[in-house]
Design a protein around this ligand. Structure first.
Ligand code: NAG
Ligand code: NAG
Ligand code: NAG
Ligand code: NAG
Length: 348
């Protein structure tokens, strides 16, 4: 017998649907409407020794290094002044921290030059990190240095987390499976439109990160793909939460299995977006990069003397949306009783 839906207990209905599909609900949207209310400016010395000076919000505002450009959030660097003490830039951190979820980042432009020389010295990153590094983990979603042409996706943890990457697309290469410490577990990707000049030329795209207790997976959808269009619009107009089972194989997946308890190693992570220069990565590999090391004897010297090289070193973030699993209401005695009280049959 068909019952009018309104007569069924809402809890019973939610439970039966949850078993069939994922149960994501939108919890936060960061976009030009609220971004600078929900992110703080990091102003300490760079913990990774970069040749950078992170400005506070009022200095960044006064110099037009943070704000809005069109419909996007703009985060830039000083591309005018020479410096001997570190290039002015910004690093922002979400006020809110997350444990698990689906993170959809719609990015129109990332810091990277149109030519290799305009990328030398740069170290842009879109990432997440928990307290007491590395014990609450770090997820590097979009990151690279110097003339790198495709994204490297990396996790960092304390000791005791080795992952496998079964399920990543075939072109992605697992560089290291032990996520411990500075080196972390990293996957190198190959497509040239997911990072740097290629990413920017194609109008950027959408990164989707799904973090569960079992795995952390990343997908990239180029701007002109139907999935990017649908994810960019989803939920801002009442569309249902994305269904990751329709995403296809991830660009990179990190599976915990028996050698990494993801829920133990990844917790309370804030979203961080920054543009660094040189330091412990871009600076450290400067000499190995033939294009960059031909330009100057050191990364700091190049970045300090060539502000004009960094005219493309800015982020344009259209939106970041975060979905989390809704609290599953178990088919509990409570909901059964409620249905019984009303004298209705309920779904077993
Ligand atoms: C360059 O430096 C001057 C003087 O400090 C400052 O007023 C100006 O805003 C800087 N330009 C940029 C783009 O940061
Ligand atoms: C992770 O891998 C390292 C190096 O291969 C090994 O020494 C360590 O025992 C492994 N740890 C776990 C938790 O599997
Ligand atoms: C998307 O753009 C790339 C070039 O950036 C092109 O190679 C590809 O065919 C385009 N795909 C679609 C679906 O239009
Ligand atoms: C919501 O946005 C998506 C993607 O842009 C679009 O396909 C869909 O038709 C929109 N839905 C409504 C109700 O406007």
């Amino acid at each position: 017998m068909l019952l009018p839906r309104t007569l069924l207990g809402a809890a019973a209905l939610t439970t039966s649907l949850a078993q069939a599909t994922s149960n994501y609900a939108l919890v936060d949207v960061y976009d030009p409407k609220n971004f600078f209310k929900e992110f703080d400016f990091f102003t300490e010395a760079d913990p990774t020794d970069g040749f950078v000076k992170y400005l506070d919000s009022s200095a960044a505002d006064a110099r037009s290094l943070a704000g809005y450009y069109g419909d996007a959030v703009f985060l830039g660097v000083d591309d005018v002044n020479q410096t001997q003490s570190g290039r002015a830039s910004v690093r922002v951190t979400s006020k809110k921290a997350y444990t698990t979820g689906l993170f959809i980042a719609d990015i129109a432009h990332m810091p990277a030059g149109k030519t290799d020389a305009q990328s030398c010295g740069l170290w842009p990153a879109f990432w997440m990190v928990g307290p007491n590094w590395p014990s609450s983990g770090e997820i590097d979603i979009l990151e690279g240095v110097n003339t790198q042409s495709s994204n490297a996706i990396t996790l960092h943890t304390g000791p005791g987390c080795n992952i496998t990457n079964t399920g990543s697309v075939a072109t992605t290469e697992l560089m290291s499976s032990d996520c411990q410490g500075n080196q972390g577990c990293s996957q190198s990707t190959q497509s040239q439109n997911n990072y740097g000049a290629g990413f920017n030329a194609a109008g950027g795209g959408v990164y989707a990160i799904e973090w569960t207790d079992q795995s952390i997976s990343s997908w990239f959808f180029a701007r002109n793909s139907t999935m990017a269009t649908s994810l960019a619009g989803a939920a801002s107009n009442g569309t249902a939460a994305p269904d990751t089972s329709s995403f296809g194989p991830p660009l990179a997946t990190f599976v915990g299995g028996s050698s990494c308890d993801i829920s133990e190693h990844f917790q309370n992570q804030q979203i961080v977006i920054n543009t660094d220069f040189c330091g412990q990565w871009a600076g450290q590999v400067w000499d190995q990069d033939k294009t960059c090391s031909a330009l100057a004897s050191s990364c700091d010297a190049y970045v300090g003397a060539n502000p004009q090289a960094f005219s493309e070193a800015y982020w344009l973030i259209n939106s970041i949306k975060i979905y989390q699993q809704q609290q599953q209401q178990p088919a509990s005695a409570a909901s059964s009783k409620r249905a019984e009280k009303r004298g209705l049959p309920f779904l077993a």
